[in-house]
Design a binder for this molecule. Structure first.
Ligand SMILES: *Cc1c(COP(=O)(O)O)cnc(C)c1O
Length: 403
């Protein structure tokens, strides 16, 4: 039999593959022996074979086999997969989503700089820009994410960075990624998007002109509630800058967790497709219920930004939120009556998780803060897992009968 031409075995451009193929094959080049599953490089340091080798390793930026805080082949492999999913040149994995956000922001701003951020961000992001960075002379203007004109009005000559997060937590509001990128690019301002709620299957911010994208890989990318990780992806040049801060911040992902993340990523597309489908069915069911005041889900025609959702997302994700008629106590009764979804923070995994939003954020925001963030006392956040949608709906129906 004729030997196949090696060139035929490698598609011309990896980026031409669909995401379902990329999650399986984007790291093929790293295969080192006949094992299908990748090895775990559970080591903190790497041997040099000669004095000359050592000198070379020590001076090369981001050498994957020098010291694990600097890089590690298992981490490099998962970075390759995630970069390909986001259509990015490069990625950096970190020990948590907050590690990725903090390292990235620290790498990009200095005293005197100004940031524009949204009213609704992940709590840690809000704390970083409103409490920690001001101590180092970096100021932030907070704007309404749904108003592009508010971003435009907040920009100053010293603005270096615009932070966005879409859909946002917990009321699934959207930010117009293309409009923000078009605002920032000509002014030399960098844009950084938290894409955790969407996952790269549903939304790829770089395709809309955003410079950097991050994930709490603890959520959809890992998908199994068994690890903490973060990732930032973008151009090679920006990632080099971020890596320089990463070496100092030290939010390193352990090799075993990187391996678990890679394993979780293999099923990202099938999981998210299913979760999109189930979340839409659940959202539509809840919207039809008399005991429900309002449902927030970007895939519903009733979402105030449904048109934008269809423009920048290819699926609407597995997280929705809704307000139960009857206030705080009724909402507690409703949640307590649920049998399938577990009451726990986090989202994006195989198991449905539910939280009473007001109870979750009361401690950090206070009552006035809850109102400002649009978190009503009767708001429930529901992260749809991989259970059968008929069972989830029967469970919701039963719990609604208790309120
Ligand atoms: C969870 C989360 C984070 C923080 O990620 P960790 O992995 O918990 O540090 C950031 N942004 C969003 C949208 C999140 O849901």
């Amino acid at each position: 039999m004729q030997q196949p031409d090696p060139a035929d075995q490698v598609p011309a451009a990896l980026t031409e593959w669909a995401l379902a193929s990329l999650v399986i094959h984007a790291d093929d080049e790293f295969a080192i022996d006949s094992a299908i599953a990748p090895p775990i490089h559970q080591t903190s340091t790497f041997r040099a074979n000669s004095a000359a080798d050592f000198a070379e390793m020590a001076t090369q930026a981001r050498h994957p086999r020098y010291y694990t805080r600097y890089g590690n082949p298992t981490l490099e492999r998962v970075e390759k997969v995630i970069a390909s999913l986001e259509g990015a040149e490069a990625a950096l994995v970190t020990g948590s989503g907050m590690g990725a956000i903090t390292t990235t922001v620290l790498a990009l701003v200095q005293a005197g700089d100004h940031i524009v951020a949204q009213r609704n961000h992940y709590m840690g992001t809000t704390k970083l820009v409103t409490e920690i960075l001001p101590r180092f002379g970096v100021t932030t203007t907070i704007v309404e994410q749904t108003e592009v004109s508010a971003f435009a009005a907040a920009i100053r000559p010293e603005t270096k960075l615009i932070l966005v997060e879409t859909p946002s937590n917990p009321t699934l509001q959207l930010t117009d990624l293309r409009a923000i990128a078009e605002l920032a690019r000509p002014r030399g301002i960098l844009t950084f998007c938290d894409n955790t709620f969407a996952s790269p299957y549903n939304q790829r911010p770089l395709d809309h002109g955003i410079d950097l994208v991050m994930h709490s890989a603890t959520k959809y990318l890992g998908g199994h509630h068994d690890l903490s990780a973060g990732v930032v992806a973008g151009s090679q040049a920006l990632l080099e800058k971020i890596w320089n801060a990463h070496m100092v911040v030290g939010a390193v992902l352990g090799p075993i967790d990187a391996w678990l993340l890679l394993r979780g990523l293999r099923t990202l597309v099938v999981r998210v497709k299913q979760q999109n489908q189930t979340a839409l069915t659940v959202a539509q069911f809840l919207e039809s219920q008399a005991a429900i005041e309002q449902v927030y889900y970007p895939g519903l025609a009733s979402h105030p930004q449904a048109e934008l959702a269809r423009r920048q997302m290819q699926g609407f994700g597995g997280v929705l939120s809704f307000a139960v008629k009857g206030g705080y106590a009724a909402t507690q009764r409703f949640i307590s009556a649920l049998k399938l979804p577990t009451q726990a923070v986090s989202l994006g995994g195989y198991e449905s998780l539910v939280v009473h939003a007001a109870a979750m954020w009361e401690g950090t925001l206070g009552e006035a803060g809850l109102v400002e963030a649009g978190i009503q006392p009767n708001l429930v956040r529901f992260s749809v897992g991989l259970e059968d949608e008929r069972d989830l709906i029967a469970d919701l129906q039963h719990a609604l009968a208790q309120v």
